[in-house]
Ligand binder design. Structure first.
Ligand code: NDP
Ligand code: 2IT
Length: 444
């Protein structure tokens, strides 16, 4: 049995019932085979064995009282995966589906993504099975305060710096930061995604979506294409999806469909983002409401079939495994030329294989959605300097980082015999920097 298969067997045995974590590890290990062949010292120093085992896993009780005076209990997580190149860095997800497997897959991916940004940040992720949907602001605040009352002792600007993810936006970061500051008596960059007036960075809100589209443009260029006039389908209508849509529109593309967990809207004239923002960000309602204001648009129940809408470019920006083999077949049959992952691991392994085999331009999440965490790292820099950059300054840095990630991933793929395969390229490029640092720092 090969070293990689043996290691995978061990991961399966040691982490039973964690399918998302297994999926993320398998993809990376499969990509690393050519690197291992060329660098036997990676095996000798146990780099990969150490990489697949989080440095620290924290699970905790989060008790809070709802608006009816009833006690509620949720579970909190923070997985501090790897700190070889910098403090643990990664978002917090609040969603009822959150469990150890999901947080571990996200934390594992974050190691390589953060390395790709070229900035000094390690990998971590956290969250809770708390569902912010349907909760009052006061309930969300009490939950966040309780969550931070445990989390604060594990984080800090030089230790671990959480941010947002699904269900955690500026409102939640505000409540979390307020409680952190109160307990620690310190106004310091222990969280990113803060509001601009209290330590946040300009462009952080837009960063993941904008970065995704900068990456997509770069990839399209290779085929002599641009986004101008392209039909684009974007799943989700949260932070990543909305700002990806905004940048697509700015660059001349037409976003014909967007979704949420309940269904999707199609607007052949191009989705009106003002309405989507109002419905999703302000009113916190379903995207179905969009059709009340735009009669020409149609709404379809169920989010999975959004990929039936014909498009040139598909940007899955909702959640893991939302685009399967059948969806990939439909996209290819309908003439899609590029798929870029805004969400983390949104395409199933079977879908990714189909895209690669059919020479569809495919941008894996680690590379394509790294803009969010990259601007988070820029927020950390600004906090350390006690200074703020302009929107243009941060946006320019973001764009350069995305272009650099694209080039690094292409180069690594070429060097290790997989030209054009950005999955392999991103995994290898992200891995090498972390592996170098781990070797230099000894067996820790
Ligand atoms: P938001 O909470 O802002 O939005 C999530 C969107 O996805 C909503 O439209 C939501 O629908 C939909 N969604 C969530 N869960 C499901 C599900 N199980 N099935 C179908 N749709 C679902 O989150 P973000 O936009 O921040 O995150 C989206 C993805 O991007 C995630 O995979 C996240 O890990 C990834 N990501 C986020 C970054 C960031 O900076 N925020 C950075 C890099 C990656 P509804 O409104 O109905 O709940
Ligand atoms: O998946 C991700 O990269 C994020 N949710 C953003 C993490 C961050 O620290 O900004």
């Amino acid at each position: 049995m090969s070293y990689v298969s043996e290691l995978m067997e061990r991961v399966l045995k040691r982490n039973p019932s964690e399918p998302e974590f297994h999926q993320a590890v398998k993809e990376v290990l499969d990509s690393l085979q050519p690197v291992i062949d060329q660098h036997p010292n990676l095996v000798e120093s146990g780099i990969i064995e150490r990489l697949v085992e989080p440095e620290r896993q924290i699970m905790f009780r989060v008790p809070w009282v709802d608006d009816h005076g009833e006690v509620q209990v949720n579970r909190g997580f923070r997985i501090e995966f790897n700190s070889a190149i910098g403090p643990y860095k990664g978002g917090l997800r609040f969603h009822p589906s959150v469990n150890a497997s999901i947080i571990k897959f996200l934390g594992f991916e974050q190691i390589f993504k953060n390395s790709l940004t070229g900035l000094p940040i390690g990998g971590g992720k956290g969250g809770s099975d708390f569902d912010p949907k349907g909760k009052s602001d006061a309930e969300v605040m009490r939950f966040c305060q309780s969550f931070m009352t445990e989390l604060y002792r594990h984080i800090g600007p030089n230790t671990d710096v959480p941010a947002g993810d699904i269900g955690v936006g500026t409102r939640e970061i505000g409540f979390l930061y307020g409680q952190y500051k109160r307990i620690k008596n310190a106004h310091e960059g222990a969280l990113t995604g803060k509001g601009f007036t209290w330590g946040g960075s300009l462009v952080r809100t837009e960063a993941t979506g904008y970065g995704l589209v900068y990456f997509t443009e770069e990839m399209l260029k290779e085929r002599g294409e641009t986004l101008t006039g392209k039909r684009v389908v974007i799943s989700g209508s949260g932070n990543v999806a909305i700002y990806a849509a905004q940048k697509v529109k700015e660059l001349g593309g037409i976003v014909v469909a967007m979704s949420d967990s309940l269904g999707y809207v199609v607007d052949e004239e191009g989705i009106d983002l003002h309405t989507i923002k109002l419905v999703k960000e302000v009113e916190r309602k379903g995207c179905k409401e969009y059709t009340a204001q735009h009669r020409r648009a149609s709404y379809n129940e169920g989010c999975a079939s959004i990929w039936d809408v014909p498009c040139h470019v598909a940007l899955p920006c909702a959640t893991q495994n939302e685009l399967d083999e059948r969806a990939a077949q439909t996209l290819i049959a309908n003439g899609c030329i590029a798929v870029a992952e805004g969400a983390n691991m949104p395409c199933t392994p079977e879908a990714v294989e189909l895209f690669l085999n059919n020479k569809i331009l495919f941008a894996p999440a680690k590379a394509a959605n790294a803009g969010g965490v990259a601007v988070s790292a820029l927020e950390m820099s600004q906090n350390s300097m006690r200074y703020t950059w302009t929107f243009e300054e941060v946006d320019m840095r973001l764009k350069n980082i995305m272009i650099d990630i694209y080039k690094k991933s292409c180069q690594a793929a070429r060097q290790y015999g997989h030209e054009g395969n950005l999955v392999v390229g991103a995994n290898i490029a992200g891995f090498l920097k972390v592996a170098d640092a781990m070797i230099a720092q000894g067996i820790v």
